[in-house]
Design a protein around this ligand. Structure first.
Ligand code: SME
Length: 154
């Protein structure tokens, strides 16, 4: 498995080189899915009013194309404006099921200042697949995407 630092550096270049935010999101999703073996489903939700709307993703189709704020682990992370790691999704009453194979999940808000733009959502078929190293890398990816989404980088 490549190191988290290596994957972050690959994504940093890709996000910088894409001509727009949508392509930057797609590139980040694709690299995370391809490079991280435990990342079974990788997607980005974008905040639209009081709902999270599914944007670029890789993995099985999700039944949750729109998630109201406050619903699911995704809604909780957006409401709390903080990363949530769930080691065992079946033990978390907030969890909205996407696939019966999913065992753990991490949701990382994409923030511009204090404003939530969206979030990175990743599911794993392995229990407790995400730790502080994943959180650190994904929060850095979220910051890169936030810059592109808010037009601050170019
Ligand atoms: N599990 C999420 C719903 C989205 S799917 O994982 C793609 C949640 O509980 O919010």
């Amino acid at each position: 498995m490549p190191s988290h630092e290596h994957v972050l550096s690959e994504i940093t270049g890709q996000v910088r080189d894409q001509p727009d935010a949508t392509r930057a999101m797609r590139a980040a999703v694709s690299t995370l899915k391809r490079r991280m073996p435990d990342y079974s489903w990788v997607g980005i939700y974008l905040l639209d009013g009081n709902e999270l709307v599914l944007g670029p993703f890789e993995g099985k189709p999700s039944p949750h194309g729109r998630i109201p704020l406050g619903c699911g682990i995704c809604g909780a992370a957006a409401a709390e404006k903080a990363t949530i790691i769930v080691d065992d999704v079946n033990a978390d009453p907030r969890y909205l099921a996407c696939s019966i194979d999913t065992k753990s999940e991490i949701v990382v808000p994409i923030m511009a200042g204090n404003e939530v733009l969206g979030e990175i959502d990743i599911d794993s078929d392995r229990l407790a697949a995400f730790d502080a190293t994943d959180q650190k890398m994904l929060e850095a990816v979220a910051a890169l995407l936030a810059e592109r989404m808010s037009g601050a980088s170019r």
